[in-house]
Design a protein around this ligand. Structure first.
Ligand SMILES: Cc1ncc(COP(=O)(O)O)c(C=O)c1O
Length: 415
Protein backbone atom coordinates (compact mmCIF):
# COMPACT_ATOMS: atom_id res chain seq x y z
CA UNK A 1 0.00 0.00 0.00
CA UNK A 2 2.76 2.45 0.94
CA UNK A 3 3.27 5.20 -1.62
CA UNK A 4 0.06 4.32 -3.47
CA UNK A 5 -2.14 7.32 -4.19
CA UNK A 6 -5.79 6.57 -5.06
CA UNK A 7 -6.57 7.60 -8.61
CA UNK A 8 -8.86 10.62 -8.94
CA UNK A 9 -9.67 9.58 -12.49
CA UNK A 10 -11.77 6.65 -11.41
CA UNK A 11 -13.76 6.36 -14.64
CA UNK A 12 -17.49 5.80 -15.15
CA UNK A 13 -17.59 2.27 -13.69
CA UNK A 14 -15.98 3.21 -10.38
CA UNK A 15 -17.73 1.72 -7.33
CA UNK A 16 -18.97 4.59 -5.12
CA UNK A 17 -21.27 2.53 -2.91
CA UNK A 18 -19.17 3.01 0.26
CA UNK A 19 -18.28 6.66 -0.36
CA UNK A 20 -19.95 9.92 0.61
CA UNK A 21 -22.14 12.29 -1.33
CA UNK A 22 -21.36 15.93 -0.40
CA UNK A 23 -23.16 17.21 -3.53
CA UNK A 24 -26.46 15.93 -2.15
CA UNK A 25 -25.70 17.24 1.36
CA UNK A 26 -25.05 20.74 0.08
CA UNK A 27 -28.02 20.65 -2.31
CA UNK A 28 -30.33 19.53 0.52
CA UNK A 29 -29.11 22.31 2.80
CA UNK A 30 -29.72 24.82 0.02
CA UNK A 31 -33.22 23.52 -0.71
CA UNK A 32 -34.03 23.55 3.03
CA UNK A 33 -32.87 27.18 3.19
CA UNK A 34 -30.20 26.23 5.73
CA UNK A 35 -27.09 26.77 3.62
CA UNK A 36 -24.57 29.37 4.76
CA UNK A 37 -21.35 30.64 3.28
CA UNK A 38 -18.31 32.37 4.71
CA UNK A 39 -17.81 36.10 4.23
CA UNK A 40 -14.30 37.33 5.04
CA UNK A 41 -13.85 40.52 7.02
CA UNK A 42 -10.70 42.67 6.88
CA UNK A 43 -10.46 43.51 10.59
CA UNK A 44 -12.15 42.72 13.92
CA UNK A 45 -13.27 46.23 14.82
CA UNK A 46 -16.52 48.20 15.03
CA UNK A 47 -16.20 49.16 11.36
CA UNK A 48 -14.93 46.68 8.81
CA UNK A 49 -14.96 45.77 5.14
CA UNK A 50 -16.54 42.49 4.16
CA UNK A 51 -16.12 40.38 1.05
CA UNK A 52 -18.48 37.93 -0.64
CA UNK A 53 -17.35 34.32 -0.17
CA UNK A 54 -14.31 34.02 -2.46
CA UNK A 55 -14.20 30.21 -2.04
CA UNK A 56 -10.51 29.38 -2.62
CA UNK A 57 -9.55 32.78 -4.07
CA UNK A 58 -8.44 36.08 -2.53
CA UNK A 59 -11.27 38.09 -0.92
CA UNK A 60 -12.37 41.31 -2.62
CA UNK A 61 -13.52 43.66 0.12
CA UNK A 62 -16.36 46.11 -0.35
CA UNK A 63 -17.06 49.44 1.37
CA UNK A 64 -16.67 49.91 5.10
CA UNK A 65 -19.69 48.81 7.14
CA UNK A 66 -20.62 49.09 10.81
CA UNK A 67 -20.52 45.72 12.52
CA UNK A 68 -23.23 45.02 15.10
CA UNK A 69 -22.76 41.27 14.94
CA UNK A 70 -19.57 40.41 16.85
CA UNK A 71 -19.25 39.15 20.43
CA UNK A 72 -16.19 41.36 20.92
CA UNK A 73 -18.42 43.43 23.23
CA UNK A 74 -15.72 45.57 24.81
CA UNK A 75 -13.89 46.03 21.51
CA UNK A 76 -10.76 44.54 23.07
CA UNK A 77 -9.77 42.33 20.11
CA UNK A 78 -8.20 45.44 18.59
CA UNK A 79 -7.21 47.25 21.79
CA UNK A 80 -3.58 48.45 21.76
CA UNK A 81 -2.90 47.17 25.28
CA UNK A 82 -4.21 43.73 24.34
CA UNK A 83 -2.31 43.70 21.05
CA UNK A 84 0.93 44.59 22.86
CA UNK A 85 0.43 41.74 25.36
CA UNK A 86 -0.24 39.35 22.47
CA UNK A 87 2.93 40.36 20.64
CA UNK A 88 5.08 40.14 23.75
CA UNK A 89 3.92 36.59 24.52
CA UNK A 90 4.54 35.53 20.92
CA UNK A 91 8.07 36.97 21.11
CA UNK A 92 9.01 35.69 24.54
CA UNK A 93 7.13 32.41 24.79
CA UNK A 94 6.14 31.35 21.28
CA UNK A 95 3.34 31.49 18.75
CA UNK A 96 1.94 28.15 19.83
CA UNK A 97 2.12 25.99 22.97
CA UNK A 98 3.84 23.22 21.04
CA UNK A 99 2.26 20.38 23.02
CA UNK A 100 -0.53 19.47 25.37
CA UNK A 101 -0.32 21.35 28.67
CA UNK A 102 0.36 17.94 30.27
CA UNK A 103 3.52 17.47 28.21
CA UNK A 104 5.53 20.68 27.65
CA UNK A 105 2.78 23.13 26.71
CA UNK A 106 2.11 24.47 30.21
CA UNK A 107 3.66 27.93 30.21
CA UNK A 108 3.89 30.71 32.77
CA UNK A 109 1.48 32.72 30.60
CA UNK A 110 -1.22 30.08 31.12
CA UNK A 111 -0.59 30.02 34.85
CA UNK A 112 -0.73 33.82 35.16
CA UNK A 113 -4.02 33.93 33.25
CA UNK A 114 -5.47 31.17 35.43
CA UNK A 115 -4.51 32.99 38.63
CA UNK A 116 -6.22 36.15 37.40
CA UNK A 117 -9.32 34.27 36.25
CA UNK A 118 -9.62 32.49 39.60
CA UNK A 119 -9.35 35.87 41.32
CA UNK A 120 -11.97 37.51 39.05
CA UNK A 121 -14.33 34.56 39.48
CA UNK A 122 -13.65 34.36 43.22
CA UNK A 123 -12.78 30.69 42.89
CA UNK A 124 -9.92 28.60 44.23
CA UNK A 125 -8.55 27.80 40.80
CA UNK A 126 -9.12 28.11 37.08
CA UNK A 127 -8.12 26.00 34.10
CA UNK A 128 -7.99 27.26 30.51
CA UNK A 129 -8.81 25.23 27.42
CA UNK A 130 -8.19 26.03 23.75
CA UNK A 131 -11.82 27.05 23.09
CA UNK A 132 -15.08 27.57 24.93
CA UNK A 133 -16.54 24.69 22.96
CA UNK A 134 -13.74 22.37 24.10
CA UNK A 135 -14.26 23.57 27.68
CA UNK A 136 -17.92 22.59 27.81
CA UNK A 137 -17.43 19.27 26.06
CA UNK A 138 -14.36 18.40 28.14
CA UNK A 139 -15.73 19.47 31.51
CA UNK A 140 -19.17 17.87 31.16
CA UNK A 141 -17.76 14.55 29.95
CA UNK A 142 -15.06 14.52 32.63
CA UNK A 143 -17.72 14.91 35.34
CA UNK A 144 -19.41 11.83 33.90
CA UNK A 145 -22.84 12.64 35.40
CA UNK A 146 -25.66 10.10 35.43
CA UNK A 147 -28.26 12.76 34.68
CA UNK A 148 -27.96 16.28 33.32
CA UNK A 149 -30.75 18.83 33.62
CA UNK A 150 -30.26 21.30 30.79
CA UNK A 151 -32.11 24.52 29.88
CA UNK A 152 -33.83 24.07 26.51
CA UNK A 153 -31.96 27.04 25.00
CA UNK A 154 -28.45 26.15 26.17
CA UNK A 155 -25.56 26.55 23.74
CA UNK A 156 -24.65 23.78 21.28
CA UNK A 157 -21.37 23.08 23.09
CA UNK A 158 -23.35 22.19 26.24
CA UNK A 159 -25.68 20.00 24.20
CA UNK A 160 -22.71 18.23 22.60
CA UNK A 161 -21.07 17.77 26.03
CA UNK A 162 -24.26 16.12 27.27
CA UNK A 163 -24.43 13.85 24.23
CA UNK A 164 -20.79 12.78 24.52
CA UNK A 165 -21.06 12.21 28.26
CA UNK A 166 -23.76 9.59 27.68
CA UNK A 167 -25.66 10.99 30.66
CA UNK A 168 -29.41 10.85 30.55
CA UNK A 169 -30.37 14.36 29.48
CA UNK A 170 -33.48 15.99 30.89
CA UNK A 171 -34.27 19.25 29.09
CA UNK A 172 -36.24 21.73 31.20
CA UNK A 173 -38.25 24.75 30.02
CA UNK A 174 -36.23 27.87 29.36
CA UNK A 175 -35.28 29.78 32.54
CA UNK A 176 -37.97 27.94 34.51
CA UNK A 177 -36.82 26.75 37.98
CA UNK A 178 -40.26 25.25 38.63
CA UNK A 179 -39.96 23.08 35.54
CA UNK A 180 -36.50 22.07 36.80
CA UNK A 181 -37.93 21.22 40.23
CA UNK A 182 -40.69 19.13 38.63
CA UNK A 183 -38.15 17.26 36.48
CA UNK A 184 -35.97 16.53 39.52
CA UNK A 185 -38.93 15.37 41.59
CA UNK A 186 -40.00 13.02 38.81
CA UNK A 187 -36.50 11.64 38.42
CA UNK A 188 -36.26 10.97 42.13
CA UNK A 189 -39.65 9.20 42.16
CA UNK A 190 -38.47 7.04 39.27
CA UNK A 191 -35.58 5.81 41.36
CA UNK A 192 -32.71 8.20 40.92
CA UNK A 193 -30.85 6.92 44.01
CA UNK A 194 -27.07 7.07 43.98
CA UNK A 195 -27.06 9.13 40.82
CA UNK A 196 -24.93 12.22 40.25
CA UNK A 197 -26.91 15.11 38.84
CA UNK A 198 -25.60 18.16 37.01
CA UNK A 199 -27.70 21.24 36.26
CA UNK A 200 -26.48 23.20 33.23
CA UNK A 201 -27.44 26.70 32.21
CA UNK A 202 -26.06 29.63 30.27
CA UNK A 203 -26.09 32.79 32.40
CA UNK A 204 -26.69 35.22 29.50
CA UNK A 205 -28.40 33.49 26.57
CA UNK A 206 -26.65 34.30 23.32
CA UNK A 207 -29.69 34.64 21.07
CA UNK A 208 -32.17 36.09 23.59
CA UNK A 209 -29.98 38.34 25.71
CA UNK A 210 -31.94 37.19 28.77
CA UNK A 211 -30.43 36.11 32.08
CA UNK A 212 -31.02 32.77 33.81
CA UNK A 213 -32.50 32.89 37.35
CA UNK A 214 -29.35 31.33 38.76
CA UNK A 215 -30.18 31.84 42.47
CA UNK A 216 -33.54 30.07 42.00
CA UNK A 217 -31.86 27.29 40.04
CA UNK A 218 -29.36 26.86 42.90
CA UNK A 219 -32.29 26.69 45.38
CA UNK A 220 -33.78 23.78 43.44
CA UNK A 221 -30.46 21.99 42.92
CA UNK A 222 -29.60 22.30 46.62
CA UNK A 223 -32.81 20.52 47.59
CA UNK A 224 -31.41 17.43 45.85
CA UNK A 225 -27.72 17.99 46.45
CA UNK A 226 -27.14 18.35 42.70
CA UNK A 227 -24.27 20.38 41.20
CA UNK A 228 -24.76 23.53 39.15
CA UNK A 229 -22.58 24.53 36.19
CA UNK A 230 -23.08 27.98 34.66
CA UNK A 231 -21.82 29.04 31.23
CA UNK A 232 -20.78 32.70 31.45
CA UNK A 233 -19.59 32.96 27.82
CA UNK A 234 -21.60 36.13 27.17
CA UNK A 235 -21.16 37.63 30.63
CA UNK A 236 -17.47 37.22 31.47
CA UNK A 237 -15.79 40.60 31.81
CA UNK A 238 -19.00 42.62 31.61
CA UNK A 239 -20.43 42.61 35.11
CA UNK A 240 -19.32 43.14 38.72
CA UNK A 241 -15.66 44.21 38.61
CA UNK A 242 -15.17 42.50 35.26
CA UNK A 243 -16.77 39.24 36.42
CA UNK A 244 -20.00 37.68 35.18
CA UNK A 245 -23.58 37.28 36.41
CA UNK A 246 -22.37 34.88 39.12
CA UNK A 247 -20.31 37.76 40.54
CA UNK A 248 -23.10 40.30 40.11
CA UNK A 249 -25.38 38.08 42.17
CA UNK A 250 -22.74 36.86 44.62
CA UNK A 251 -23.34 33.18 43.86
CA UNK A 252 -19.77 31.89 43.77
CA UNK A 253 -20.35 29.66 46.77
CA UNK A 254 -23.45 28.05 45.28
CA UNK A 255 -22.31 27.48 41.68
CA UNK A 256 -19.93 24.52 41.59
CA UNK A 257 -18.54 25.17 38.13
CA UNK A 258 -18.18 28.58 36.53
CA UNK A 259 -17.39 28.14 32.87
CA UNK A 260 -16.75 30.88 30.33
CA UNK A 261 -14.96 31.86 27.17
CA UNK A 262 -12.02 34.13 26.46
CA UNK A 263 -13.35 34.70 22.95
CA UNK A 264 -16.14 37.19 23.51
CA UNK A 265 -15.81 40.28 25.77
CA UNK A 266 -12.15 39.34 26.33
CA UNK A 267 -11.56 39.53 22.58
CA UNK A 268 -9.19 36.55 22.39
CA UNK A 269 -9.64 32.79 22.06
CA UNK A 270 -10.11 29.94 24.51
CA UNK A 271 -12.30 28.92 27.41
CA UNK A 272 -12.00 28.38 31.15
CA UNK A 273 -13.44 26.60 34.12
CA UNK A 274 -13.24 28.15 37.59
CA UNK A 275 -14.03 26.16 40.70
CA UNK A 276 -12.39 24.27 43.51
CA UNK A 277 -8.75 23.18 43.55
CA UNK A 278 -9.69 19.52 43.42
CA UNK A 279 -12.16 20.04 40.56
CA UNK A 280 -9.38 21.60 38.49
CA UNK A 281 -6.99 18.76 39.40
CA UNK A 282 -9.62 16.28 38.20
CA UNK A 283 -10.33 18.15 34.94
CA UNK A 284 -6.71 18.49 33.93
CA UNK A 285 -6.41 14.72 34.24
CA UNK A 286 -9.75 13.64 32.85
CA UNK A 287 -11.07 16.22 30.37
CA UNK A 288 -10.12 14.71 27.03
CA UNK A 289 -10.31 18.05 25.21
CA UNK A 290 -7.61 19.29 27.62
CA UNK A 291 -5.44 16.18 27.79
CA UNK A 292 -5.40 15.33 24.08
CA UNK A 293 -5.21 18.82 22.63
CA UNK A 294 -2.38 21.32 22.29
CA UNK A 295 -2.47 23.97 25.00
CA UNK A 296 -4.10 27.32 24.31
CA UNK A 297 -1.68 29.43 22.23
CA UNK A 298 0.38 31.63 24.61
CA UNK A 299 -0.38 34.86 22.65
CA UNK A 300 -4.13 34.12 23.06
CA UNK A 301 -3.65 33.45 26.78
CA UNK A 302 -1.69 36.67 27.20
CA UNK A 303 -4.27 38.67 25.20
CA UNK A 304 -7.07 37.30 27.39
CA UNK A 305 -5.14 38.12 30.55
CA UNK A 306 -4.59 41.74 29.51
CA UNK A 307 -8.22 42.03 28.35
CA UNK A 308 -9.38 40.70 31.72
CA UNK A 309 -7.23 43.32 33.45
CA UNK A 310 -8.76 46.07 31.28
CA UNK A 311 -12.29 44.76 31.88
CA UNK A 312 -11.70 44.74 35.63
CA UNK A 313 -9.78 47.99 36.01
CA UNK A 314 -10.95 50.27 33.23
CA UNK A 315 -14.58 50.93 34.03
CA UNK A 316 -14.92 53.40 31.16
CA UNK A 317 -14.72 50.53 28.67
CA UNK A 318 -17.76 48.86 30.23
CA UNK A 319 -19.62 52.15 30.68
CA UNK A 320 -19.25 52.92 26.98
CA UNK A 321 -20.78 49.55 26.10
CA UNK A 322 -23.77 50.02 28.40
CA UNK A 323 -24.34 53.58 27.12
CA UNK A 324 -24.50 52.22 23.55
CA UNK A 325 -26.85 49.43 24.67
CA UNK A 326 -29.23 51.93 26.32
CA UNK A 327 -29.24 54.28 23.34
CA UNK A 328 -30.05 51.44 20.95
CA UNK A 329 -32.71 49.89 23.17
CA UNK A 330 -34.47 53.23 23.71
CA UNK A 331 -34.25 54.21 20.05
CA UNK A 332 -35.58 50.90 18.71
CA UNK A 333 -38.32 50.79 21.34
CA UNK A 334 -39.54 54.26 20.46
CA UNK A 335 -39.72 53.25 16.77
CA UNK A 336 -42.09 50.45 17.76
CA UNK A 337 -39.71 47.49 17.55
CA UNK A 338 -40.01 44.65 20.04
CA UNK A 339 -36.60 44.32 21.70
CA UNK A 340 -36.14 41.38 24.05
CA UNK A 341 -33.54 40.63 26.68
CA UNK A 342 -31.90 42.67 29.41
CA UNK A 343 -28.23 42.58 28.54
CA UNK A 344 -25.84 43.79 25.84
CA UNK A 345 -27.43 41.39 23.35
CA UNK A 346 -30.45 43.05 21.73
CA UNK A 347 -32.75 40.67 19.85
CA UNK A 348 -35.15 42.67 17.67
CA UNK A 349 -37.93 40.15 17.25
CA UNK A 350 -39.96 40.39 14.03
CA UNK A 351 -41.48 36.89 14.16
CA UNK A 352 -41.57 35.77 10.56
CA UNK A 353 -38.40 34.27 9.09
CA UNK A 354 -38.80 35.99 5.69
CA UNK A 355 -39.29 39.37 7.39
CA UNK A 356 -36.15 38.87 9.50
CA UNK A 357 -34.12 37.94 6.42
CA UNK A 358 -35.47 40.92 4.46
CA UNK A 359 -34.70 43.28 7.35
CA UNK A 360 -31.15 41.91 7.67
CA UNK A 361 -30.63 42.44 3.91
CA UNK A 362 -31.96 46.02 4.01
CA UNK A 363 -29.74 46.88 7.00
CA UNK A 364 -26.76 45.62 5.04
CA UNK A 365 -27.71 47.87 2.13
CA UNK A 366 -27.47 50.71 4.67
CA UNK A 367 -24.00 49.47 5.68
CA UNK A 368 -25.11 47.97 9.00
CA UNK A 369 -24.17 44.34 9.66
CA UNK A 370 -26.68 42.71 12.04
CA UNK A 371 -27.68 39.21 11.06
CA UNK A 372 -31.12 37.61 10.90
CA UNK A 373 -31.44 34.66 13.29
CA UNK A 374 -34.12 32.16 12.41
CA UNK A 375 -35.25 28.63 13.28
CA UNK A 376 -33.77 26.16 14.08
CA UNK A 377 -31.38 28.51 15.97
CA UNK A 378 -34.40 30.18 17.63
CA UNK A 379 -37.96 28.95 18.16
CA UNK A 380 -40.47 29.07 15.29
CA UNK A 381 -42.23 32.45 15.07
CA UNK A 382 -39.44 34.33 16.89
CA UNK A 383 -37.09 35.14 14.00
CA UNK A 384 -35.10 38.20 14.84
CA UNK A 385 -32.19 40.49 14.16
CA UNK A 386 -29.52 40.07 16.81
CA UNK A 387 -27.75 43.37 17.53
CA UNK A 388 -24.52 43.19 19.50
CA UNK A 389 -23.13 46.67 20.14
CA UNK A 390 -19.53 47.25 21.23
CA UNK A 391 -17.88 49.70 23.59
CA UNK A 392 -15.94 51.03 20.59
CA UNK A 393 -18.99 52.04 18.56
CA UNK A 394 -19.26 55.82 18.48
CA UNK A 395 -22.56 57.64 19.05
CA UNK A 396 -22.58 58.26 15.27
CA UNK A 397 -22.30 54.49 14.66
CA UNK A 398 -25.22 53.82 16.98
CA UNK A 399 -27.31 56.55 15.37
CA UNK A 400 -26.48 55.18 11.91
CA UNK A 401 -27.74 51.79 13.08
CA UNK A 402 -30.96 53.34 14.39
CA UNK A 403 -31.48 55.29 11.16
CA UNK A 404 -31.02 52.08 9.15
CA UNK A 405 -33.62 50.30 11.28
CA UNK A 406 -36.03 53.22 10.81
CA UNK A 407 -35.70 53.30 7.03
CA UNK A 408 -35.60 49.54 6.51
CA UNK A 409 -38.42 48.79 8.95
CA UNK A 410 -40.71 51.43 7.42
CA UNK A 411 -40.00 50.22 3.88
CA UNK A 412 -40.88 46.65 4.88
CA UNK A 413 -43.95 47.69 6.89
CA UNK A 414 -42.51 46.24 10.11
CA UNK A 415 -42.92 49.41 12.19
C1 LIG B 1 -23.00 30.17 25.57
C2 LIG B 1 -21.77 29.74 24.82
N1 LIG B 1 -20.97 28.80 25.33
C3 LIG B 1 -19.86 28.37 24.71
C4 LIG B 1 -19.51 28.88 23.48
C5 LIG B 1 -18.29 28.37 22.79
O1 LIG B 1 -17.24 29.26 22.95
P1 LIG B 1 -16.06 29.42 21.88
O2 LIG B 1 -16.62 30.23 20.75
O3 LIG B 1 -15.01 30.14 22.65
O4 LIG B 1 -15.65 28.07 21.46
C6 LIG B 1 -20.29 29.89 22.90
C7 LIG B 1 -19.90 30.45 21.59
O5 LIG B 1 -20.65 30.93 20.81
C8 LIG B 1 -21.46 30.32 23.58
O6 LIG B 1 -22.26 31.25 23.04
Amino acid sequence: MSGEVPSTDAGPEADTSHGFDPDTWVATRKSDDLYRDLQPVDTVTARAQMAPDPKGSEPEYGDEQIVFAANNYLGLAHDERVQAATAEAARKVGAGAGASRLVTGDTGVHRALERDLADAKRAERALVFSSGYATNVGAITALDPNVVFSDELNHASIIDGCRLSEAETVVYDHCDPEALAAAMALREREGGDNEQWLVLTDSVFSMGGDVAPIADICDVAERYGAWVMVDEAHATGLYESGGGIVQREGLEDRVHIQMGTLSKALGSQGGYVAGSEVLVEHLLNAARTFVFSTGLAPPAASAAREALRVAREDERQRERLWANVDRLRDGLGSMGYEVWGDTQILPVVVGDRADALALGERLREHDVIAPAIRPPTVLEGTSRIRIAPMATHTTEDVDACLAAFQTAGSALGLI
